[in-house]
Design a protein around this ligand. Sequence first.
Ligand code: C5P
Length: 216
Amino acid sequence: GGAGDLLGRRIVVSAGPTYEDLDPVRYVGNRSSGKMGFAIAAAAARRGAEVTLVAGPVHLPTPAGVHRVDVRSAAQLRDAVLAALPADAYIGAAAVADYAPRTVADNKIKKSADTLTLELVRTPDTLAEVAASKSRPRCVVGFAAETENVEGHARDKLRKKNLDLIAANRVGLAGSGFESDDNALTVYSADAARELGPAPKTRLADQLLDLIAERL
Ligand code: C5P
């Protein structure tokens, strides 16, 4: 794959964490720098795609030629991604919070008792919703950050969320993951597995796009 091979393709990428507010000063969220998703958006635009990047709260510059939509919560991410369809591919690289506080307090929660119980409710699963939507992109790609049984959990998500590809990475390996500039991914499809890296996230992004371009 290379220069111009994604010309005329529409690609939607989500990146970064989501923050689920508890009160005006606190939130529940995942660890995520957004670097992998931003690298994918940058590489897709370089290769000619029309890219919408739905970004959670991160400190990263907008890649050249990319249309960026900033969001905070899982619910906002869902609305922004669905509004960006139709597309040829959706790449869900965001570390979306799976649970959000049932209620957001109007004022800062004060400390008093020794313990505090939070009630959390499931957030919408954007990836599954995109894959089930009437305007389903031809290629729907998920990410799976796992601490154990990486292949089992990744293949499970591939099937349950009806994905074309899932890129799995082991959380906690040195020189990979959250804040790192490098990563190593195993990309599963229904009938294959491909090892990408270890490599800089910019290079991994192009290798992942090669696998996606084959399917468009
Ligand atoms: O189920 P799990 O959260 O491990 O799946 C990870 C994949 O699903 C990622 O691609 C992530 O962006 C997506 N996801 C989502 N909405 C959620 C949870 C995860 O789109 N509420």
